[in-house]
Design a protein around this ligand. Structure first.
Ligand code: HEC
Ligand code: HEC
Ligand code: HEC
Ligand code: HEC
Ligand code: HEC
Ligand code: HEC
Ligand code: HEC
Ligand code: HEC
Ligand code: HEC
Ligand code: HEC
Length: 325
């Protein structure tokens, strides 16, 4: 290396370390009284720039006698959220910002110095959001969606984005990114149209007063007492007349309605989903290929075969029987 350059490098290094040391000394002076700001386990890297990169501090002429009174006046070097957005593209497009960013600032949710949890969050994400969105959990809910309890951010861009409700993706893609077993059902030979289209045709995303996050009444299984209201979920789109009337394919040669036989019962009314998958199946008419039975996780195979004239249902529920659609 040429000697001139070496000198320049050395000089730059000296100026740089000199400045860094001066800044360290200045920060040390602040921290003598403000130790608590760096007490959190997760530290903001921006602290490397020094306290005065964000705070303008003017010491008072005379130190106050009361140690609780600030010996200085302070102001931020820039208003929030611009102060933070100088270094962070959050959100990517400021026009999409979730309102509290401009109304309250980033520090509503983040500690600017250090915090006990990741992402410098002041509280659990769920608690932060609940301050303003308590309605996402209806009172007296029966089923709660697991990811809602851990982080709202698994589905929403918490800082805002250009999409409706700041979703990261829309249903069904959003839902299928976690529910691989349901993905198998909706890509099977006979998917249920509404499930292929949008999971929110039947489910709510956060919590429900019904079982399984359903958006209308449906009984917990495997059996129930029949009343028409019990199957409201399905009657949102299907006419009970089609299922319990003369035109059903599920009837005997003599015209006895086998839906009624199985479902319209005072005791042991068989749920629709005992025989039909609500999502999709490799058997025609969404017929389940297996029926879950008992707590041991047994699955009874269900098979419907046809000889062209009659269909035959084979399941361990009873001996194999034929019907005539
Ligand atoms: C001799 C002790 C002392 C020193 C040194 C000191 N402060 Fe303070 N500071 C205080 C006290 C006391 C308060 C008022 C109580 C509080 O908010 O903690 C205060 C308040 C503040 C506030 C909050 C002001 C507000 O309006 O809410 C900021 C920001 C601050 N100090 C930054 C700094 C920075 C940056 C430095 C270093 C350049 C510094 N302080 C040096 C004692 C000190
Ligand atoms: C990245 C910018 C940034 C840096 C760097 C920074 N602060 Fe702050 N600080 C803020 C903002 C923004 C607030 C006001 C938000 C709030 O009310 O907590 C704040 C508030 C404070 C307060 C008052 C509220 C509190 O948390 O006690 C004190 C004291 C303080 N800072 C001290 C410091 C000290 C000392 C340093 C250096 C070790 C420092 N800050 C470095 C951005 C910063
Ligand atoms: C001088 C640049 C600078 C400024 C100003 C700044 N930050 Fe940072 N911030 C960083 C750097 C560098 C990191 C560490 C690298 C990263 O995770 O992006 C960081 C990390 C973070 C993280 C943690 C990211 C994670 O994934 O864990 C949060 C949250 C954050 N900053 C919020 C803020 C907020 C709020 C403000 C305004 C009060 C702010 N930052 C101002 C530079 C800055
Ligand atoms: C309403 C609360 C809230 C506000 C306001 C907020 N954040 Fe966040 N931020 C979060 C949550 C929650 C996470 C964690 C997201 C996750 O788990 O993926 C996060 C994550 C981050 C991260 C790390 C991951 C990422 O998305 O890059 C950065 C950096 C960050 N925020 C910066 C900011 C800045 C800068 C602002 C202001 C412009 C801000 N935040 C305003 C709640 C908020
Ligand atoms: C300080 C209050 C406040 C906090 C805290 C807050 N939000 Fe918001 N949020 C709002 C406001 C105001 C709106 C816009 C008004 C509206 O459309 O309901 C909004 C809108 C939304 C929307 C879009 C709703 C729609 O109908 O388009 C979502 C999703 C959202 N917030 C999620 C979150 C998440 C996730 C968190 C926690 C990380 C959070 N919010 C924290 C005030 C807040
Ligand atoms: C499993 C994904 C998922 C999680 C986790 C989630 N949401 Fe949502 N959220 C959605 C979907 C999907 C919608 C759109 C519902 C619609 O269009 O009917 C939504 C809508 C919203 C809305 C708009 C108003 C409404 O109820 O339709 C707000 C506000 C909201 N969510 C806040 C939150 C908050 C706060 C959390 C955490 C406590 C959270 N979300 C967790 C998927 C989720
Ligand atoms: C981040 C991953 C994730 C996303 C995205 C997600 N879920 Fe879930 N979901 C889970 C987990 C974890 C459970 C609990 C374990 C299980 O039953 O698989 C669950 C459970 C469920 C349950 C059963 C609840 C019960 O009480 O029986 C339904 C229904 C459900 N999710 C529907 C949806 C729908 C609809 C969407 C899209 C709006 C969605 N999920 C998006 C992770 C996710
Ligand atoms: C036609 C109404 C309907 C649609 C549309 C629907 N579901 Fe379901 N879902 C149900 C019913 C009913 C149950 C309860 C099943 C039972 O009792 O066996 C259920 C149960 C679930 C469960 C928990 C039990 C299991 O089978 O793992 C998950 C997870 C689930 N649905 C996810 C989804 C996803 C993801 C979508 C979108 C691709 C979706 N659902 C669309 C009606 C529907
Ligand atoms: C014991 C099993 C079983 C139960 C329980 C059951 N189904 Fe079916 N369902 C069938 C069979 C088998 C077929 C196919 C008939 C054929 O081969 O054409 C069918 C056909 C259907 C069809 C196509 C139209 C028709 O009637 O042929 C609809 C719609 C239907 N079921 C809805 C329902 C609803 C809604 C419920 C609950 C109220 C229900 N099913 C309960 C076995 C059942
Ligand atoms: C959001 C509307 C909607 C809801 C809710 C709904 N379905 Fe469907 N279902 C459809 C549509 C659309 C089709 C395809 C057209 C058709 O065959 O009627 C269909 C088809 C079916 C079929 C196949 C019919 C055949 O002939 O192959 C069965 C079985 C069925 N649904 C059962 C159910 C059951 C059981 C429920 C309640 C758990 C239910 N559906 C809830 C809209 C819905």
């Amino acid at each position: 290396m040429n000697r001139g350059w070496g000198g320049l490098v050395l000089l730059t290094l000296l100026v740089w370390t000199g400045r860094a040391r001066a800044q360290e000394d200045e920060d040390a002076a602040c921290l003598r009284c403000h130790e608590n700001v760096v007490a959190g386990a997760v530290r903001h890297d921006a602290l490397d720039e020094g306290c005065t990169s964000c705070h303008e501090v003017t010491m008072k002429e005379e130190a106050p006698k009361d140690p609780r009174v600030a010996p200085h006046t302070t102001s931020l070097t820039e208003e929030e959220p611009a102060l933070c957005q100088d270094c962070h593209d959050v959100p990517e497009n400021p026009d999409d910002a979730h309102p509290p960013i401009d109304d309250e600032g980033c520090t509503l949710c983040h500690n600017p110095h250090s915090a006990p949890r990741e992402h410098l969050l002041r509280d659990k994400p769920y608690q932060l959001c609940r301050q303003c969105h308590a309605e996402t959990l209806p009172s007296g809910y029966l089923s709660l969606h697991a990811p809602v309890d851990s982080s709202c951010a698994s589905c929403h861009d918490v800082h805002g984005n250009e999409k409706d409700k700041y979703l990261k993706a829309t249903s069904p893609d959003l839902c299928l990114s976690c529910h691989k077993d349901i993905q198998k059902a909706v890509t099977s030979a006979y998917p249920h149209d509404p499930a292929e289209e949008d999971c929110l045709n039947c489910h709510v995303p956060h919590a429900s007063r019904d079982v399984h996050l359903l958006n209308a009444y449906y009984p917990p299984g495997p059996y129930t007492v029949y009343t028409p209201l019990r199957y409201n979920l399905c009657w949102q789109c299907h006419d009970p007349e089609d299922v319990f009337g003369e035109d059903t394919g599920f009837r005997t040669k003599l015209g006895k309605n086998l839906h009624a036989v199985h479902v319209k019962r005072r005791k042991k009314s068989r749920l629709c989903t005992l025989c039909h998958s609500p999502h999709g199946s490799n058997q025609e008419h969404l017929l389940q290929t297996g029926i879950p039975f008992g707590a041991e996780g047994w699955v009874i195979p269900l098979k419907v075969t046809s000889n062209g004239k009659e269909k035959r249902c084979s399941a361990a529920c009873h001996e194999s029987r034929s019907y005539s659609p």
